[in-house]
Write a protein that binds this ligand. Structure first.
Ligand SMILES: C[S@@+](CC[C@H](N)C(=O)[O-])C[C@H]1O[C@@H](n2cnc3c(N)ncnc32)[C@H](O)[C@@H]1O
Length: 271
């Protein structure tokens, strides 16, 4: 396996990312949990900066709801897929794309759309950088007063993952999240460094730029896609697991596959 910048690994992942995750039953249920939160906190007609937009599924949803989106990613192949999706859906007037590396955001010029009403990053893009402090300072400058930030991140303990791979006698995968900052395999031939900050560690990195409004578990009870066998041929089960996830979301961030940090720009921090 080769060691490369994140774009190369995700350029390859882009080819079947939607088939492997976005279009799966579990992928849809997990994404809808995030969308419910977005619907609750975003003001109508918001101007949104999306980080690590992947194949554009969230940008599509946000544009469809009347928001305007600057959708960014480091991977040209992800951006290409996203742009095609947005064109096909006929909402290209509400979405602009830009290639942005989260690890180098401090050197980026302020986007012409700034100030944004909200910044959003879904399903683990922030796990690809070691420390979010510098990013938080930049986002603070690019957001309106009272602007919102919604980040969905993989935490260090996913009960499903430990149980699933433990039972399948694959202890290295069961405990992979405890090797913070080590390389993990993306696809068959690519390696990438990934960090798994706990909610407390990420909240510390984002302070003093943001105040925390909520921390929610996403996928504590609903299984990850690799454990889809659990729900196969049991059509009602996924709905029941999703109900439990919703009910326990305020308590499950420490054991879920992902957690959602919902934040508000702090007025006190120096811009
Ligand atoms: C697991 S995917 C999530 C994609 C999308 N947000 C979603 O919900 O489906 C992670 C995304 O983060 C992007 N990414 C990884 N490292 C990045 C970096 N340093 N800067 C910007 N984007 C990055 C990848 O290219 C990929 O599209």
């Amino acid at each position: 396996m080769t060691r490369e910048p994140p774009a190369a690994a995700f350029d390859v992942a882009a080819r079947d990312y939607d088939r492997r995750f976005t279009e799966t039953e579990i992928g849809r249920v997990l994404r809808e949990s995030v969308w419910r939160h977005l619907d609750a906190v975003l003001a109508p007609g918001s101007k949104i900066l999306e980080l690590g937009c992947g194949t554009g599924e969230d940008a599509l949803r946000l544009a469809g709801r009347g928001h305007r989106v600057l959708a960014t990613d480091v991977s040209p192949a992800m951006l290409e897929q996203a742009s095609r999706k947005i064109e096909t859906a006929g909402v290209a007037d509400r979405v602009r794309f830009a290639r942005v590396d989260l690890a180098a955001v401090a050197g980026e010029p302020e986007p012409p759309e700034a100030p944004f009403d909200a910044v959003f990053s879904n399903f683990g893009a922030l796990n690809c950088i070691e420390d979010c402090s510098e990013l938080a300072a930049v986002l603070h400058r690019w957001l309106c007063p009272g602007g919102r930030a919604i980040f969905v991140v993989m935490g260090p303990v996913c009960l499903w993952e430990i149980a699933w791979y433990g039972l399948h006698l694959r202890p290295r995968i069961a405990t992979r999240r405890w090797r913070d900052g080590r390389e993990v395999a993306i696809g068959e031939n690519h390696n990438l460094r990934v960090w798994y900050p706990s909610p407390a560690r990420l909240r510390d990195q984002l302070r003093p730029w943001f105040n925390v409004r909520a921390t929610l578990g996403i996928g504590a009870v609903v299984p990850p896609t690799y454990a889809a066998a659990v729900i196969r041929n049991r059509p009602a089960l996924l709905g029941r697991l999703d109900d439990l996830d919703r009910r326990w979301a305020h308590r499950s961030a420490g054991i879920a596959d992902h957690y959602l940090l919902s934040l508000e720009r702090s007025d006190r921090a120096a811009g």
